[in-house]
Every structure is written in C-alpha cells, then in structure tokens.
Design a protein around this ligand. Structure first.
Ligand code: NAD
Ligand code: ZN
Length: 361
C-alpha cells in the first residue's frame, strides 16, 4: 500500500491519497478515519454502479454506515445542472447536513459532479474520491477542481474544493475499455513530459507491462502521476501560476475537441495530438532537441494514441482563441525544453502555429 499526503497551504488542509490493489473493499473502515457521521451518499454512474456498487455498499454497511445511492447515467452529459439539482433534492429529502459525507465512485464525470455537489451543499460537506477510471485515478480525483458543464462551455460552473481522502484501487481498471484506459495514459505521459524524465523513461521502457494490470508497473505509474500532480497543486491550488503547466498539450487538445464537438476524439486522444504539436512547436523555436521530439512521438505511438488529425487547420486555429483560458487574445503555450521541464511561453508567431497545425494533418 502506497500513500501520499496532499497539503494545501492556503486553506491549511491536508488529505491522503491511498493506492493499493483491492483497497476499495476496505472503504468502510478507511473512511472512519476521517468521518464521524453515520450517513453516506454514494454517487456513481450506471456502468460503475452495476459493476462495483454492491461491493462498496456492503463494505460501507459493514462498517455501520447508512448508504443512500445516487446513480446518474454514464457520460459527460450527466455533468449538468439537472443532475446537480437532483443531488441537492436527495440530500435535502434525506436530511443530510454538514456532518454527512458524499463518496464519488466513478470516473471524472462522477468525481467532478459529486465534488461540486459537496462543495456547494450547505456551503460545503465532506467528500471522498473513489476514482474508477484511469483518468480519474491519475488526474481528475487529485487537485480539487470540481465542476459541472454549462451549454456555453465545459466546466463553466465550478469550485476548488478538496476531498477528505482519495482511495485508488487499480483493480477497478480491469473492466475499463481499452480506449478509456489509453485516454488516462495520455495524462500520465503528460506528467512525465512536463515534470519527470524518470517517469517518461519508465513509460518508454515498460510499455508492454503497463497494459498488464496484474503487474506492478501500473500501480507505480499511478503513484508517480498522483505525486507529480499533487506537488504542482500544493504549490498553486488556484491556478495562478505553476498549475497551468498541467495544461500541456491541452491548448491544441481543447481546440480539437471543440471543432469536432467532443465526438471524434476523446480527451486523451486530443491531448496526445496536442502534446505532439507542442513538442514540434518547441523544436521549431529552437528550444527542444530533435531527439526529444522523436522520443515523445515514439512514446505516444507506444501507447497507441493518435499522432495526427484530419480536421481543418484553420478551424482549429480559430478554436484556439475561444478557450476560456485565453486572455487578451494572447495564447499561453506550455512548452518543454527537455523531457521533464515545462514552462509557459506567450506571443508565439501565428504563422508558425498554423504551420504546426497543418503538419499534424
Ligand atoms: P467518465 O467519468 O465519463 O468515465 C468514462 C467511462 O468509463 C464512463 O462510461 C464510465 O461509466 C466508465 N467507467 C469508469 N470506470 C470504469 C470501470 N472501472 N470499469 C468500467 N467502466 C468504467 O470519464 P473520465 O474520462 O473518467 O473523466 C472525464 C471527465 O473528467 C470530464 O468531465 C473532464 O472534464 C473531467 N476532468 C476533471 C479534471 C479535474 O481536475 N477535476 C481533470 C481532468 C478531467
Ligand atoms: Zn486533461
């Protein structure tokens, strides 16, 4: 069993991330460390609930908790005001108060919705993350960003709100479809590229074993990924500076998702293409060696992520500027100058950006 501590200095809060195979079966006794109440709202989606809901409920009931289940349909559409509102109604109808706990059992959709529900109900009630997708285990469950979508944009309504505990059980990943597994791998690759050459090399050398869930490789890279993300979040919880480095590959990635209406590429696939664009950009600017560019390309290939797109470069270029993070029309690029070191660069020539987008075709 591996454990990490996340300390958020601004709010003087700290919480553990616990990683171990089969740890979820002990969720009942684990939460008794941080929770004194007796009621739990278990939020999950229909897929995950069907696979793991009964086991988790039974662990919680054995530990003496009264469990109320809230099951939403699987998919991004459920990160909505409609399901948030239904959540509030359930909490009200069952007399939940600030002494009660919400547990998010699912992928990033469930985690983001449950987190925002917890952040806003009665100005904040405790919640625990029990992430089940690889993306949620290495990315969305760590760091305290919670949100729902608005028709005008993804994650438009949200809050920074940290959980009491994150419990990561890699065994959940056995039932994840390969495409969802690979989308999580893209964020792990990102963590290596921006902050840890050791992780990047490890991913390169052991790619075959990473796909075999029973080996230790997967737990190791989940642990390293959480450590990297937690370290960045601890320095900059509210994304005033360093946290923006986590958007590596996301500038082009978000634009690609937007021009294809979030249908053609999933998030990790779009980010993989975005990371490749970012290394090519850095290389064209003379900031990154060709060998590091080739390393990145090979890494993306090894994890079976896409290396290019078929969209209109002009449309992607226009979409780049519609991102909610663009200020005064100046794009803030996250670039690397070697594997494991990222920084922000503004004011990159538009014609160069267009050339890079065309090159990814
Ligand atoms: P998701 O929650 O929709 O899960 C993907 C699919 O996998 C769903 O169909 C789900 O039912 C299924 N699934 C999950 N775990 C499973 C398991 N163990 N076995 C079988 N099926 C399983 O999507 P996601 O990729 O986990 O998360 C995407 C969401 O995360 C987006 O809404 C994104 O905005 C958000 N996100 C948030 C942050 C953050 O910092 N809060 C960071 C990155 C992404
Ligand atoms: Zn991402």
């Amino acid at each position: 069993r591996q454990e990490l501590k996340v300390n958020i200095s601004e709010t003087k809060r700290s919480y553990p991330i616990i990683i171990a195979n089969n740890i979820s079966s002990q969720i009942g006794s684990l939460i008794s460390d941080c929770y004194r109440g007796n009621k739990v709202l278990l939020l999950s989606d229909a897929n995950v609930s069907g696979l793991y809901g009964a086991g988790i409920v039974s662990s919680l009931e054995k530990a003496g908790y009264q469990v109320l289940e809230y099951i939403i349909p699987a998919g991004e559409k459920s990160k909505s005001y409609h399901y948030l509102r239904k959540g509030y109604d359930l909490l009200v109808d069952n007399n939940f108060n600030r002494d009660n706990l919400i547990i998010a059992l699912g992928g990033g959709v469930v985690g983001d919705l449950a987190g925002f529900l917890a952040a806003t109900f009665m100005r904040g009630i405790p919640f625990v993350q029990l992430p089940t997708s690889l993306l949620a285990q290495v990315d969305s469950s760590v760091g305290g960003k919670t949100a729902i979508n608005h028709p005008a944009g993804k994650n438009m309504i949200g809050a920074f709100y940290q959980p009491e505990m994150v419990v990561i059980d890699p065994v959940f990943l056995k039932t994840l479809v390969p495409r969802e597994f690979k989308t999580g791998m893209a964020e792990i690759i990102k963590h290596g590229l921006i902050a840890d050459q050791g992780l990047a090399d490890y991913l390169f050398e052991r790619s075959k074993n990473v796909f075999k869930l029973e080996k230790d490789e997967l737990s190791h890279i989940i642990y390293r990924s959480c450590q990297i993300k937690a370290a960045i979040v601890m320095e900059d919880e509210k994304e005033k500076g360093k946290r923006a480095l986590l958007n590596y590959g996301h500038t082009i990635g978000h634009a690609l998702e937007a021009v294809t209406a979030y249908k053609k590429y999933n998030h990790g696939e779009a980010v993989a293409i975005g990371m490749l664009g970012a290394v090519r950009l850095a290389n064209s600017l003379g900031l990154l060696e060709k060998s590091d560019l080739q390393f990145t390309e090979e890494l993306i290939r090894l994890y079976d992520l896409p290396l290019g797109h078929q969209e209109d470069p002009e449309a992607i270029f226009t979409a780049l500027f519609r991102d909610k993070k663009v200020k005064n029309d100046s794009l803030r690029w996250v670039l690397i100058d070697r594997i494991g070191n990222a920084f922000i660069r503004e004011g990159i020539d538009h014609s160069l950006i267009k050339r890079i987008l065309e090159g990814l075709l």
